[in-house]
Design a protein around this ligand. Structure first.
Ligand SMILES: Cc1cc2nc3c(=O)[nH]c(=O)nc-3n(C[C@H](O)[C@H](O)[C@H](O)COP(=O)(O)OP(=O)(O)OC[C@H]3O[C@@H](n4cnc5c(N)ncnc54)[C@H](O)[C@@H]3O)c2cc1C
Length: 550
């Protein structure tokens, strides 16, 4: 019995499962490793599916990241596709199930790794007999959507759900010259972002002729000749369509784990420890089906993203194959990013809404800065919103939207969040700089400087959507800017005249200084504060952001 090799069985052969299998082999050459996948393919690139739809990834084969043959020949992993696991017998340490052909199987394990993923939500309105309503979840889904899109009759599509995948699909369908309508239940696109940041993405969609319906619930899909022809909204509007793609969220696939009596956490995912072990030490779980500890919220949450699934798969594979492995699953922060036509948008950590919901005190700074030196050709502005604690000065999250350089800024802040850094840590980071790549003061530095000024009352920020009634509003923009975007009831003193005209203002009145992006307002507000004005604020993000909040 002692000479039997360790037997590792893995259920689910895509992101988390495939990673676990390859890692387990690398740390243990003797283990018997069996990968069971109910679908026809292992290790395909779910994240790449939208891009083949639009033709940006032209070769479908590129989506097959590692084939069954590679697993078998290089890693000596036994791959069984078309194998659905139905039950786990924890006492006997076996998994049982059925094959596509209808045969049954029962396989013993010493260590079991579950990576069964999640599945797309299908709201009630999807219950129609129609062959043109899809989720985009598997290669098969992608193939079916593509064959529909390629027919000459398919001129219009409705995408339901403006999350990350929904927006990728919108962009890719538009690349195929399909006229796209986007329907979202929330008052904004991209729910994880704060409203003013998401607004920039909405405007980008509109700029690319996408019809966007917000605050819009689908009540019914009307069919004609076995196809959905009209999407009916609860407000009575109806949208004629040739194709419907539903991206209305996901739910974790936990039935197998639940039936086996494994502990399910409060967020609805399987509870795991830092080695990705479930409440049964011989069973690991990773990916969309589990909950991870969130490093800023300090509690477990579900994060259905590929990064955590891959990292957790590696940890579980290591620990199952060699329990002395040093790897531990680090807290997550929900770092995510999407490209929407010429813009990129993303988030790491908490947004302002999540802070409020969880009663976490926060302040925010919004800056706009070129993604590299402004004088170097091709500089493009990006907007960065930093969320931080007024008490500990710890950074709680960041969001960025822009044409270039968004990923780099988010990843810098994500790294800072990992180490629980403060705005002062962020201000002091020694980052790579030459004009083609960044600025001597990078946008992340600028955001940190603004946050420091805010907390140090030098001067303080007021929220971009604040009610300014009763305040002395000083608008330091130039005349042309004010004509383009007026701010009622403001006293107009251009920034370069503030040093000579400040005595026209009342130093005893609470004063809010305003400009386009809060940069010039900072100069003017600092001057007024230096001249003894008692309460001076700078309008966060300036008028360019305030207009997005209206
Ligand atoms: C279109 C699309 C785009 C995406 N884009 C991104 C992105 O850009 N960035 C990002 O971070 N994330 C993205 N994701 C999410 C990411 O793909 C998932 O978070 C990740 O794949 C989760 O890995 P997993 O191993 O938990 O599940 P999966 O990769 O989904 O694998 C689960 C596998 O388990 C199998 N399975 C389930 N139950 C059983 C059973 N009982 N028996 C046998 N097999 C079973 C399933 O068939 C499935 O193949 C995207 C997802 C989709 C669908």
């Amino acid at each position: 019995m002692k000479n039997q090799p360790l037997k590792i069985v893995i259920v689910g052969g895509v992101a988390g499962g495939a990673t676990a299998a390859a890692r387990a082999r690398r740390v243990n050459a003797n283990a018997e490793i069996i990968l069971l996948e109910k679908g026809p393919t292992v290790s395909f690139a779910n994240c790449g599916l939208p891009y083949h739809l639009g033709g940006e990834i032209s070769d479908r084969g590129q989506l097959l990241v590692a084939t069954r043959e590679l697993f078998q020949n290089r890693f000596r992993v036994q791959v069984h596709t078309g194998y659905t696991v139905d039950t786990i017998d924890r006492a006997a340490q076996t998994v049982s199930g059925h094959t596509l052909e209808g045969a049954t199987f029962s396989i013993a394990y010493d260590k079991l790794i579950l990576s069964t993923g999640s599945e797309p939500l299908r709201p009630d309105f999807c219950n129609v007999e129609a062959n043109n309503v899809f989720n985009l979840w598997t290669l098969d889904d992608m193939d079916r959507i593509l064959s529909c899109v390629k027919t000459p009759e398919c001129r219009s599509a409705t995408v339901i759900g403006a999350g990350f995948v929904g927006l990728e699909v919108v962009e890719q369908l538009a690349r195929r010259n399909v006229s796209v309508t986007l329907v979202e239940r929330l008052p904004q696109v991209l729910g994880p972002l704060d409203a003013e940041m998401a607004k920039m993405v909405e405007l980008e969609l509109v700029r690319h002729n996408i019809r966007v319906f917000l605050n819009a619930s689908v009540s019914k899909l009307h069919t004609t000749d076995g196809k959905v022809s009209t999407v009916q909204l609860a407000n009575g509007e109806s949208i004629a369509t040739d194709l419907v793609i539903v991206g209305a969220g996901v739910r974790p696939r936990i039935e197998l784990a639940q039936a086996a009596g494994l502990t399910i956490g409060q967020s609805g995912g399987v509870a795991i420890n830092e080695f990705c072990q479930t409440s049964d030490a011989n069973i690991y779980a990773v990916g969309d089906m589990v909950e991870y500890f969130h490093g800023v919220l300090d509690k477990p949450i579900r994060v259905p993203l590929a990064g955590p699934a891959n990292r957790a798969g590696r940890i579980a594979g290591s620990h199952a194959a060699r329990p002395s492995s040093s790897g531990r699953m680090s807290p997550v922060q929900g770092t995510s990013i999407v490209r929407v036509f010429d813009l990129t948008a993303g988030i790491t950590g908490l947004n302002e809404r999540a802070c409020n919901l969880n009663a976490i005190a926060c302040r925010t700074a919004i800056i706009q800065a070129p993604h590299h030196a402004s004088y170097f050709p091709g500089a493009k502005n990006l907007t960065l919103k930093l969320i931080y604690s007024p008490e500990s000065r710890r950074v709680l999250g960041a969001q960025a939207v822009g044409a270039e350089g968004v990923d780099k800024r988010l990843d810098v802040v994500a790294t800072l969040l990992h180490f629980k850094g403060t705005i002062d840590d962020l201000a002091g980071l020694d980052l790579a700089y030459a004009p083609p790549f960044g600025s001597a003061k990078d946008p992340v530095h600028n955001a940190a400087f603004v946050a420091q000024n805010d907390l140090d009352h030098y001067p303080r920020l007021v929220a971009s959507n604040a009610n300014l009634e009763g305040q002395q509003i000083v608008d330091v923009r130039n005349k042309a800017e004010i004509e383009k975007l007026p701010l009622p009831d403001a006293i107009h003193i251009p920034v370069d005249e503030i040093a000579s005209r400040w005595e026209e203002l009342d130093p005893a009145k609470p004063t809010v200084v305003v400009c386009h992006s809060a940069k010039r307002a900072h100069v003017a507000a600092s001057w007024l504060q230096g001249k003894g004005f008692q309460t001076v604020y700078n309008l966060s993000g300036g008028m360019s952001i305030r207009k997005l909040t209206e």
